[in-house]
Ligand binder design. Structure first.
Ligand SMILES: CC(C)(COP(=O)(O)OP(=O)(O)OC[C@H]1O[C@@H](n2cnc3c(N)ncnc32)[C@H](O)[C@@H]1OP(=O)(O)O)[C@@H](O)C(=O)NCCC(=O)NCCS
Length: 162
């Protein structure tokens, strides 16, 4: 697989990816907000690129020196299940940990709202190291929001002692 994860911004690619995922991103206003976030310097943006084509995106926001949020992750449906989502999460986790961040959180639709696409999303988050922390109703939408967290391992930037 020749896929590379790069730091880069592309609102147009975020829109193309989210338009291809209507089961998760069916609200045009929500898509507009993610597209705006892609060009907002408060967010870091990582792109998974294969031969010039963007197949996935991750946006993170650093809320505190110790804590960041995975604001958006999306992989094109034609490229799902090829390890791109894991590559994106691991890449942002590495960069954040190297900068002293110790915790990565993510919000998604909670399990008390039965919806198969988001059950898949929660399974993905569990597979890539996130632990469910809290579910709250009415946090970001009228239904339940699940908050998951992934501790970030400290990254050595100097050579280990022999
Ligand atoms: C969720 C999403 C980002 C995952 O990306 P992906 O490239 O398909 O995932 P990967 O191939 O990297 O899978 C990583 C791991 O998660 C597991 N996984 C992925 N989808 C899964 C599912 N539906 N059920 C169970 N496990 C799943 C994989 O088996 C893999 O585990 P492994 O590495 O231990 O073998 C992608 O499917 C997507 O864009 N979904 C729609 C949008 C979305 O849900 N965004 C988040 C909204 S909050």
């Amino acid at each position: 697989m020749s896929i590379q994860v790069l730091q880069g911004r592309s609102g147009a690619d975020v829109r193309r990816l989210l338009d291809a995922l209507p089961d998760w991103f069916g609200d045009p206003a929500a898509i507009d907000n993610y597209v705006s976030a892609a060009d907002d310097l408060q967010y870091e943006s990582s792109l998974a690129v294969d031969d010039g084509l963007v197949l996935g995106v991750a946006l993170t926001r650093r809320h505190f020196p110790e804590a960041a949020e995975l604001h958006l992750i999306a992989v094109h449906p034609d490229a799902r299940g090829r390890g791109i989502g894991r590559r994106l999460v691991d890449a942002v986790a590495f960069v954040l940990a190297a900068d002293g961040c110790t915790l990565l959180s993510v919000h998604t639709v909670g399990p008390s709202f039965h919806h198969e696409p988001y059950a898949q999303t929660r399974a993905f988050y569990r597979h890539v190291g996130f632990t469910p922390l809290e579910e709250h109703v009415g946090l970001e939408w009228p239904g339940p929001t699940l908050i998951l967290v992934r501790p970030l391992r400290s990254v050595r930037t100097e050579a280990p002692l022999q």
